[in-house]
Design a protein around this ligand. Structure first.
Ligand code: FMN
Length: 315
């Protein structure tokens, strides 16, 4: 990869403007494709290319029903790095990406999985701690880094989650990371198209307000998502309690109850990022949100991070 700072793909936020801004500023932008269909991804890649001649990557969700078609779109555009997120990557997707000559980047939530991914031909790994914004695993980056960095030497490993300053970036490089991936710190870039209300919520929030969603009943699992606490988070807890009560009263079967819980957040990130509805939407953010204090041009954010890292290393 050309540089050590990856822009973590953020659905609705990491569209062409932000991605091009990251790559133009010397980082490596990654487009979030979310649930996009191939024609839309094609348009996003074209729009990004119109704003930058620097390389950038594309993040694809492994559960997407048209994953292989999306890979083909990346292939037609000569995208050099494809990041596969959201579960273990299927072998055919890895092969298809490598066959057109690109590098495959995957997330590893544990050392055994990192080793397995390396064996299956993955070119780089991202380890993302629970400090991160969005969907998270249970383990902090502090621990994942110690568990994984000393043992994965054959491919570059990037670290993510809770990184808001250059000193932390440099410290992880010294521990053996090839680079870092940041999401939250880039949301309030001037070039980011996130709604002004979404950005204001980031600027106002302290680290402790970026909390994982919680489940109220072990029978109804909830995938933890770290987001700034708002009215929707409180309603989610109440809704879960109400659904469990209806299940216990025999009004809902287990599957219907689970679906109702899972459906709650559908469309909620778009509501917050695009529409600016910060009470009903999801304010996905990492704990590093406390270090986001103003709207700044991307070049300034990256220069600040690099400056802090260099000062730290020269001390
Ligand atoms: C608003 C938001 C949306 C995100 N959406 C995605 C996504 O669509 N795919 C993905 O792989 N990661 C997603 N992430 C995770 C980021 O790519 C990145 O790994 C994470 O933000 C890094 O941690 P940090 O927020 O503490 O910097 C998202 C994060 C945020 C804050």
């Amino acid at each position: 990869m050309p540089t050590a700072i990856l822009g973590g793909a953020m659905t609705w936020v990491s569209e062409h403007n932000l991605v091009a801004a990251i790559s133009n500023a010397g980082g490596f932008g990654v487009l979030a494709s979310g649930s996009m269909m191939p024609d839309m991804l094609d348009a996003e890649i074209k729009a990004t290319k119109a704003l930058t001649d620097k390389p950038f990557g594309v993040n694809l969700i492994t559960l997407h029903p048209r994953l292989l078609d999306l890979v083909d779109v990346c292939g037609r555009h000569g995208i050099g790095h494809v990041v596969l997120a959201g579960g273990l990557p299927p072998g055919d997707a890895i092969t298809r990406i490598k066959d057109y000559g690109a590098k495959v980047v995957c997330f590893a939530p544990a050392l055994v999985i990192a080793k397995k991914l390396v064996r299956s031909g993955v070119d780089a790994i991202v380890i993302e701690g629970s400090e991160a914004g969005g969907h998270i695993g249970p383990v902090s980056l502090n621990v994942l880094a110690q568990e994984i960095l000393p043992h994965i030497r054959d491919v570059p490993v990037f670290v993510a989650g809770g990184i808001g300053r250059g000193e932390a970036m440099a410290a992880y490089l010294e521990m053996g990371a090839a680079g870092v991936q940041l999401g939250t710190r880039f949301v309030c870039a001037s070039e980011s198209v996130a709604h002004a209300n979404f950005k204001k919520a980031f600027i106002r929030a302290a680290a402790r307000e970026a909390m994982p969603t919680m489940q109220v009943d072990a029978r109804f699992p909830v995938i933890p998502v770290r987001a700034i606490r708002n009215a929707a988070v409180d309603r989610f807890m109440e809704m879960q309690r109400a659904v469990v009560a209806r299940f216990q009263a025999g009004e809902l079967d287990q599957q219907a109850a689970q679906l109702e819980i899972e459906h709650f957040w559908a469309g909620s990130l778009r509501r917050a990022v695009v529409d600016g509805n910060i009470e009903d939407g999801s304010l996905m953010a990492g704990q590093s949100v406390g270090m986001v204090t103003k709207i700044q041009p991307m070049a300034e954010i990256i220069a600040e991070l690099v400056g802090q890292a260099v000062d730290f290393l020269e001390k």
